[in-house]
Design a binder for this molecule. Structure first.
Ligand SMILES: C[S@@+](CC[C@H](N)C(=O)[O-])C[C@H]1O[C@@H](n2cnc3c(N)ncnc32)[C@H](O)[C@@H]1O
Length: 209
């Protein structure tokens, strides 16, 4: 069977290897505007919508599943979106090794995989180490936004974040009526809300160093 050739989506989609040893935001985005991360961005609805709404900011989606990441990058490519990119790879590597400490204005982590089975819980993204990485890359006053439809996992996220000494807990945003099918925070939010499931939302702020 013949497979379609993979479209060159650079610079909208790049792998960790393409990026090199470190991410210098000025050269990566070509300007010094504040950078927001969409961690586990899936097919990128948040990155696409937020970058269109906020040309004064830069957005970087990070997605371990290249197929999903490339779908998001295709949307950016079609719009020639100047202020958004997607990196294919493990966000923990990107956070720990490529991003300069204190250089990120906000991190969005929407609907992280719940890994339902108990023996798989260790694969969950939110651990004490992951929260430490968020605290490291965020600038003072930078925010973490995380939403989930899984009450039990959200409770773990809430505890890790609320109890972390480098974060203050803020009031999360209220639910907003979507005006159309693309007017959701992410694809997963759309899916879960259309199923009538409750969404748990959290917002935390990096304290001053
Ligand atoms: C349930 S989906 C949610 C996608 C999107 N945030 C949304 O709300 O529609 C979770 C996503 O996180 C990605 N993911 C899981 N672990 C990751 C990691 N270590 N680094 C980057 N992405 C990861 C998965 O591949 C998946 O696309």
């Amino acid at each position: 069977m013949q497979t379609a050739p993979i479209k060159p989506l650079k610079p909208w989609f790049q792998t960790i290897t393409d990026v090199g040893d470190s991410l210098n935001w000025s050269s990566f985005f070509g300007n010094d505007r504040p950078v927001q991360l969409d961690i586990g961005c899936g097919r990128g609805l948040f990155t696409v919508n937020a970058s269109e709404r906020h040309p004064e900011k830069n957005f970087l989606g990070i997605e371990i599943d290249y197929r999903e990441g490339r779908r998001g990058a295709m949307r950016l490519f079609k719009r020639e979106q100047p202020n958004a990119r997607i990196i294919g790879g493990d966000c923990k590597i990107v956070l720990a090794k490529l991003i300069q400490p204190g250089s990120v204005a906000a991190a969005h982590v929407y609907f992280p995989d719940p890994w339902w089975k108990k023996r798989h819980h260790k694969r969950r993204l939110f651990t004490a180490g992951f929260v430490d990485l968020l605290a490291m890359v965020l600038e003072d006053g930078g925010c973490v936004h995380s939403w989930s439809d899984v009450a039990e996992y959200f409770e773990i996220i809430r505890q890790l974040m609320n109890e972390h000494p480098q974060f203050d807990t803020l009031s999360p945003p209220a639910e907003r009526e979507a005006e159309h099918d693309m007017d959701y925070q992410t694809s997963f939010e759309r899916k879960k809300r259309q199923l009538g499931l409750p969404i748990y939302r959290g917002l935390w702020q990096r304290i001053t160093r």
